[in-house]
Design a binder for this molecule. Structure first.
Ligand SMILES: [Zn+2]
Length: 521
């Protein structure tokens, strides 16, 4: 919301407008006036005056209204000027442009167009300086250098210096200092968390993360769908652990065939500062993701090949340390699985026996799950999701009603039924209602999305299990086997208290606890 104060509208026909009017485009000034008064209404701006340039002229000396406007701007009469586009203010002559630019800059007057608000008090509003008509090239370059320096200092203070907040955050003005910081945008942040969770804990690949998000209809801010690169960007952005990154992507400007081409290649030696904003992701998860990403970048050579299909999966029941594969130095003897803690007295087993037991357990698990699932299926659909859907429908209806009310009171104001004060009071209450309803709605929608995700997980777990069991024996590579197991098992604990020295003793007299990756029902 923009600050209070009084604003003015400036209307002027361009040469193109005059041309199109000849072809029946209608009266330009009236059309523009409507656009801008609507804009003012939408943003609660009070309009103190409308400057209507009847005679069209390109230079200021030809434009009577422009001269009045400039004088008023210089006298700081207006908080901002509304125009359909900035070019309506000045075009052509450079000295004219300079005059307009200075008048606005020194009087701190905003320029408001339907597309963007240009704010001379925001030192990082590059576009304010960039909007072409205003500056000579040299002036622009100097300002740009100053901007860059100012930005770097701000970044080092933990402020956010970009124009667009990263997904998961909103850009907010700092209360006690110049500049901006980031505020968590709960809706988007929940998606960011989900991306990290899927990648760090659900053994998902970047590609499958993108697919799952799209399947759940969790949308990025602008693009229609998540892509590998947009997911990658999120996973590697230190903003989410509360950092501010400076110079990660430097702009390179080149001209090619007469066109300006701007590229933003990744910069290896960017700077990282402690940000003023709150993190969305905890350090532990961040590190997990970073390590996993390092692993997944293709390696050269085979020195690191995994030989233990149970690596990272089986832990000692006694001391909690990971169980390790120990190969026999003598040939032909099978490897054993042993606790990595030398002081621990948990007894080792042959690795392949543990492996077989796990697969056996999965088979039993599958059978049980199938039975449970059939029982569950009828119940869960009727329960939760339906209830949430009902809440969404009723909230939407309420929202519609409130919006209708808002339309009505605008009519009341126009027809003089309401005084201005009555109108302001009424509209304030209604707008607050709308806000809280909208908040409710997004909460319900998030809940529904979560519910549906659970449903999907439940539906895929059976084919997933069948697939693992079927595939496991066919795989030769320990690493592939490991990935397969990790897709459905979070962890296994192992305990063996009796040595099987005698021949008649069962070599599988150990206990396994398997912790599946299954959604809770
Ligand atoms: Zn142990």
């Amino acid at each position: 919301m923009l600050s209070q104060g009084t604003y003015a509208i400036y209307l002027r026909k361009s040469r193109e407008d005059i041309e199109s009017e000849k072809y029946g485009e209608g009266e330009t000034l009236a059309r523009h006036e409507k656009i801008l008064t609507n804009l003012a209404e939408k943003r609660n701006l009070t309009i103190g005056k409308i400057y209507r340039e009847v005679v069209s002229g390109e230079t200021i000396s030809e434009r009577k209204e422009m001269q009045k406007l400039l004088k008023d701007v210089e006298n700081e009469k207006w908080t901002g000027i509304l125009v359909v586009e900035v070019e309506r203010l000045a075009r052509g002559d450079t000295s004219d442009q300079g005059r307009v630019s200075k008048a606005f800059k020194y009087s701190h007057t905003k320029i408001i167009t339907p597309v963007k608000t240009y704010d001379p008090d925001n030192e990082f509003d590059e576009e304010y300086f960039e909007f072409g008509l205003f500056m000579s090239r040299r002036e622009y370059k100097t300002i740009n250098r100053r901007l860059q320096r100012g930005r770097e200092i701000s970044a080092s203070e933990g402020k956010f210096v970009g124009n667009i907040a990263p997904f998961g955050y909103d850009r907010v003005k700092l209360k006690d200092a110049k500049g901006y910081s980031l505020k968590i945008n709960e809706n988007e942040a929940s998606i960011v968390k989900e991306i990290f969770r899927l990648y760090a804990f659900e053994n998902a690949t970047i590609n499958s993360v993108a697919k799952q998000l799209n399947k759940l209809n969790l949308k990025p801010r602008i693009a229609k769908e998540w892509s590998i690169s947009s997911v990658k960007d999120i996973l590697s952005n230190p903003t989410y652990i509360g950092k501010i990154v400076w110079n990660r992507r430097k702009q390179n400007k080149k001209t090619k065939n007469g066109h300006l081409i701007i590229t933003r290649p990744r910069n290896q030696d960017y700077l990282i500062y402690e940000g003023l904003h709150k993190p969305v992701i905890d350090i532990k998860t961040w590190k997990l993701v970073r390590d996993k990403r390092k692993q997944n970048t293709p390696k050269v050579g085979h020195s690191n090949t995994i030989q233990n299909p149970l690596v990272g999966l089986v832990f000692c029941e006694k001391c909690g340390k990971p169980m390790q594969r120990r190969p026999y130095t003598k040939a032909d003897k099978p490897a054993t699985l042993i606790c990595s803690n030398q002081k621990c007295n948990n007894i080792s087993s042959k690795l392949y026996i543990v492996e077989n037991k796990i697969i056996e357990a999965l088979k039993i698990w599958l059978e049980n799950y199938k039975v449970d699932y059939e029982k569950l299926q009828d119940r869960s659909k009727t329960d939760n999701s339906n209830m949430i859907e009902r809440s969404i429908t009723s909230t939407k209806k309420e929202l519609e009603k409130e919006n209708e009310k808002l339309d009505k009171i605008y009519d009341f104001l126009e027809n003089g039924v309401y005084s201005k004060d009555e109108f302001i009071n009424r509209s304030k209450i209604i707008k607050e209602n709308i806000q809280s309803l909208e908040k409710k709605l997004t909460e319900y929608q998030n809940l529904l999305a979560k519910n549906e995700e659970m449903q999907i997980q439940k539906e895929v777990i059976i084919p997933k299990l069948e697939n693992v069991i079927d595939l496991y024996g066919k795989l030769e590579n320990a690493e592939d086997k490991n990935i397969l197991l990790k897709s459905i098992i979070a962890k296994v604990t192992y305990l063996k208290t009796e040595k099987a020295i005698k021949k008649d003793l069962d070599p599988s007299n150990f206990e396994l606890h398997i912790y599946p990756k299954i959604p809770k029902t």
